[in-house]
Design a protein around this ligand. Structure first.
Ligand code: HEC
Length: 129
């Protein structure tokens, strides 16, 4: 294997291994702090009776489509974020929420968000009309 192809291989491995925080843009944790923590709290535990906990939430850790449409469109007392957050930023925030505070959801990519944004499923009564 030539030096060049070995180098490319190593870069590829590094790119996959390095978490999303190393990609361009503000780190997901600070995006969460700026956009979500005022209500859901830095601990992800929310405020009982006002803002639901994201820590331990089945919706947060489950089907990324439902989670993404909820955050894009907002719900009840939660604002819509579709005009405020890029695909990459939202992917970072959701991946952060899915893997923090004991949560164990798989990462969400910017490509996933872009797809869901373009073709939102007929959500089960979650979208305001
Ligand atoms: C202004 C306060 C506020 C902000 C800011 C906010 N939320 Fe919410 N969020 C709420 C409220 C209130 C609900 C409950 C809505 C309902 O009763 O249907 C909620 C619900 C949710 C849910 C559903 C939880 C569940 O288990 O059903 C998710 C997921 C969520 N928010 C994620 C986020 C994310 C991610 C951000 C930042 C991008 C964010 N929220 C920012 C107030 C907020």
């Amino acid at each position: 294997m030539s030096f060049a192809s070995r180098f490319t291989l190593i870069s590829l491995i590094a790119a996959v291994a390095v978490p999303a925080t190393a990609l361009a843009g503000p780190p997901p944790q600070s995006l969460f702090m700026d956009n979500c923590s005022a209500c859901h709290q830095p601990t992800g535990k929310g405020i009982k009776g006002a803002f639901p906990a994201l820590a331990g939430s089945a919706l947060v850790q489950g089907d990324p489509t439902l989670l993404t449409t909820t955050v894009l469109n907002g719900r009840a007392g939660m604002p819509a974020f579709k005009d405020d957050l890029s695909d990459a930023d939202l992917a970072g925030i959701l991946t952060y929420a899915r893997s923090s505070w004991g949560n164990k959801g798989a990462p969400v990519t910017a490509a996933d968000i872009a797809k869901i944004r373009k073709a939102p499923p007929k959500a089960r009564g979650l979208q305001a009309h």
